[in-house]
Design a protein around this ligand. Structure first.
Ligand code: ADP
Ligand code: MG
Length: 371
């Protein structure tokens, strides 16, 4: 059983670096509720990393108090703190000369787990983040894509089953499509694990997508607003927050809605091994070819069907898929990439339906009317 999240409280926490006049973080007070994702969002240099690193004592506060699950963080023994607080950072921070399995096993190793227990845990974590242990366990970080490295970083942070997870711009270095997938994955994990997660980003869209609550931070980590994404979007506390929320707030609000919240359309589908002449396309201009496990592979123009002798090769490959957990913002991006319609897949990658532009436009109009 995974260990559920515990509450974190910061009480007037200040950090003054040696030789600096201004405090990097000044009198920061906040309760991070157990089992929720709180996102710190703010400009570069505002003290996000400093605040976060004081929670796991990589940085000692100059003054103030931090409690984790009701216990004074300064009084928790360092090994115990390491077990209770997982940490994932940008570019994954993997050790280049350690294999994937060794990287994930670092904290269990430091905690003195035996080899067998560590190996079993490493496999479990790789499964959890969607990396095949047999294929990837013995590789080195440089033999992985950026997105795969980030998955290893998350697996490593979760290896000792900490109730608290700190994530400092963990998806900052990957391309937007991969970032979207990693975000979806984190939300899926969190729906099972219910950890307390503090997530740092400078991307407001990412904050809206991931946060149960968002803390918008200004200079010296001053909390400009700390509330749910909906409340911040609807009612920015001041001009600075409004500027951050930015123009196109209704477009941003698409980040609050999931694909599972809207009615899906249906494409005409056909199995790749079917006889093209038997396809009943009705009014459709395109049909969607599925593989043996019902996973979408290609769009085929109905006009091209007549000339085709087999469905194994014709048409254009599907580029970009969304899941039921994806936001409508992600869906909109996929709709643009796919030229009109995004394909929605279920947990095994199987086709479940489509979202088209008119559905998204309707949602935007409803959000506008409600605002
Ligand atoms: P963020 O993560 O929001 O970009 P940081 O917490 O990294 O902000 O930095 C906050 C401020 O503290 C910055 O002005 C930065 O220059 C300063 N700072 C960060 N680390 C150190 C350090 N080790 N020594 C001195 N100043 C630092
Ligand atoms: Mg930082």
């Amino acid at each position: 059983m995974a260990e559920k999240g515990i509450e974190i409280e910061l009480d007037r926490v200040t950090k003054r670096y040696a030789g600096q006049k201004a405090a990097a973080v000044e009198e920061f007070s906040m309760v991070v509720p157990a089992g929720q994702i709180v996102v710190f969002v703010g400009p570069s240099g505002c003290g996000k990393t400093t605040t976060m690193r004081m929670i796991n004592r990589l940085i000692e506060p100059t003054s103030g108090k931090i409690t984790i699950g009701g216990e004074d963080a300064l009084k928790i023994d360092p090994d115990d703190l390491r077990r209770r607080v997982g940490y994932a950072i940008q570019q994954a921070g993997l050790f280049p000369h350690f294999t994937v399995a060794q990287n994930i096993g670092i904290v269990p190793g430091l905690l003195g787990w035996d080899k067998k227990k560590t190996a079993a845990r490493v496999e479990e974590m790789m499964d959890l983040v969607g990396l095949d242990p047999g294929e990837f366990g013995d590789r080195f970080p440089r033999q992985l894509s950026g997105g795969q490295q980030q998955r290893v970083g998350v697996a490593r942070a979760l290896a000792a089953d900490p109730p608290v997870l700190l994530m400092d711009e963990p998806f900052g270095a990957v391309d937007p499509i991969t970032r979207g997938h990693l975000q979806d994955e984190l939300l899926r994990l969190q729906s099972e694990l219910r950890k307390t997660i503090v997530f740092v980003t400078h991307d407001f869209d990412e904050a809206v997508k991931l946060g149960d609550k968002i803390a918008v931070l200004g200079e010296r980590s001053t909390i400009l607003q700390y509330d749910t994404p909906d409340a911040i979007l609807a009612n920015p506390a001041d001009d600075t927050v409004a500027g951050f929320v930015g123009a196109g707030a209704s477009l941003k609000a698409l980040t609050l809605m999931r694909v599972r919240d809207v009615e899906l359309g249906q494409a005409v589908t056909v199995r790749a091994d079917a006889d093209p002449s038997t396809v009943e396309a009705g009014d459709a201009k395109f049909v969607l070819v599925l593989d043996r496990r019902d996973r979408p592979v290609r769009w085929v123009r109905v006009n091209d069907l007549r000339r085709a002798t087999s469905l194994e090769r014709v048409g254009q490959p599907v580029q970009d898929l969304v899941s039921l957990q994806s936001t409508l913002r992600d869906a909109l991006e996929a709709i643009v990439n796919e030229g009109g319609r995004a394909i929605v897949t279920g947990g095994r990658g199987e086709y479940v339906g489509t979202v088209d532009l008119s559905t998204v436009t309707e949602v935007v109009q409803q959000l506008r009317a409600g605002a």
